[in-house]
Structures are given as C-alpha cells and as structure tokens.
Design a protein around this ligand. Structure first.
Ligand SMILES: [Zn+2]
Length: 271
C-alpha cells in the first residue's frame, strides 16, 4: 500500500473560518469521519482480491477482518509488487557440499538440483516468480516470499527395508503455525498422490525442524523442508521419475498458494 487509508481524508482544516463556530466545526468533523470510514471501507474492499495482496502482513490482517466466517482459510498474500506469488526453492547442498553420496558417485546435491530445477520450471509456467537458491544463498537473509521449500534427500546407505518414503517438516518455531501446517499438509498430500510414495513418519529429525534457513528468512515467509526419498531404496523414483517427484512438490506449493482443499489429517503428528 502506498498510503494509509486515513491519508486520503481531508486534514484538520486550519483554513476553516473562525466564524463557523463550534457547531459547524463538529458537523465538519463528523462529516470527515464519515468520509474517512467510507474511504477506508472502499480501500479495504478494493484490496480484497488475491491479485492485489501486495502488502505482506497488513493485507492478511485486512482480509481476515473481512472474512464472513472464521472457517474460511487464509488467503496467501504475495510480497511482490506485481501481485505474482514469489516462491523460493532451495536445492539442498547446492553450492556448499555434496550431501549424501552413493557408492557409484551419485550425489544428493545433484538429485536435489535436478528436482529443484524442474519445480522452478513448473511454477514459472504457472506464472509464479521463482528463485532457485543455493543451500546458504545470501538471498536467504530476510528472504520474503509466499513460500520457501528446501529440497533434500536421505542417505544412500542401505539402512533397513523401512528406509523408504518421504518426509516433510516445517519450522517448530514458526510465528504462523497454521500456515506452516497447511504447507506441510499440501506438500504431503500432493507429493504422495503424484509419486505413490509413503510418508516416512519416524525419522523427522531436528535437522529438518530446525533447518538453518528457517532462522534466516523473513518470519512471515512460510517455509518447509521436504526429503523426497531415500537415495537407496527410492533411487529409481528419484532418478528415473524425477518429473513425478517435481510434480508432487509443484502441486503441493500450488495447493498452498491457491488455498486448495486438503485433508488436514495428511499431516502426521510429529514426535
Ligand atoms: Zn540433505
């Protein structure tokens, strides 16, 4: 917003003739108030379009105030001036280290970057502004976006037959826990549908919930980490069906941004 709504109201008028007296002045003040309220209301209703939500937190508060019922989900705002949702995609380990490494040299960083690049393409095709970010990208400091997703994968070692599936986690300390929960639900549900993989409930670690970028980005940027699979047992899905993996993440992000219906129970209880 360029100006506060109240700025549009006439200022207290020092040029008001003195002979108008207190009665006229009170009438003028009352009229001013009515005009101010009318302008404020008009501004609010004009803003009540997702495409116009450019003020990150203020627009959200206004939209909440205008919702007829509290069960209506929160609309997702966009901090970009042109109204296009901005999405950050971190390709895990990119620019820093290789991450997990397989015996034949396949690295987690390579898989992550391949997936992240496809997700960026998909979202760009859908009209989003997308930043493809390195693990410790300088842009992450105070990064503002509708959502930030960091893509990682789990070990290439054979652990046991249970070491298969994906994981999604958001910051435990998020100031907007309901939005974080929605992002996790959307990613979990859509990723599962796209890949047929199962959620690996038992191995969400503090590496995920206390992921370093969660503390670097703007607190109003909703963020999550997804481990798209285990590089050992899920290798075929990750390397030969990378398009499905990327589609699952893309659909999850779109579900969040567009407030698509999602089953809250898709979010597993975290230990
Ligand atoms: Zn990793």
């Amino acid at each position: 917003m360029n100006a506060e709504p109240s700025d549009a109201a006439p200022p207290d008028s020092p040029s008001m003739p003195a002979e108008n007296g207190p009665a006229r002045f009170s009438t003028w003040r009352a009229l001013q108030t009515v005009i101010s309220v009318a302008i404020l209301a008009a501004t609010l209703f004009t803003m009540w379009k997702p495409a116009n939500l450019f003020s990150f937190s203020l627009a959200e508060k206004m939209s909440v105030a205008l919702q007829p019922g509290k069960t209506t989900p929160l609309p997702q705002s966009s901090p970009t001036p042109n109204g296009t949702p901005r999405i950050g995609i971190v390709a895990g380990h990119w620019g820093n280290d290789s991450g997990a490494v397989c015996a034949d040299g396949l690295t987690e960083a390579d898989i992550n970057l391949k997936i992240a690049t496809l997700v960026k393409q998909n979202l760009t095709n859908q009209g989003f502004d997308v930043d493809l970010l390195q693990e410790y990208d300088q842009k992450l400091t105070h990064y503002r976006a509708t959502a930030l997703i960091s893509i990682h994968n789990d070990s290439c070692d054979y652990i046991n037959d249970e070491a298969t599936g994906f994981k999604v986690a958001a910051a435990l300390s998020s100031p907007n826990p309901e939005k974080s929960a929605r992002l996790v639900s959307c990613l979990t549900d859509r990723y599962q549908k796209a890949t047929g993989m199962r959620f690996h409930y038992n191995s969400i670690t503090s590496d995920m919930t206390q992921y370093h970028a969660f503390n670097e980005i703007d607190p109003n940027t909703t963020a999550a980490v997804i481990e798209t699979g285990f590089m050992n047992l899920d290798r075929q899905m990750l390397t030969e069906h990378t398009d499905l993996v990327a589609q699952g993440i893309t659909s999850g992000i779109i579900c969040f941004v567009r407030n698509e219906p999602v089953t809250p129970t898709a979010t597993p209880a975290q230990p």
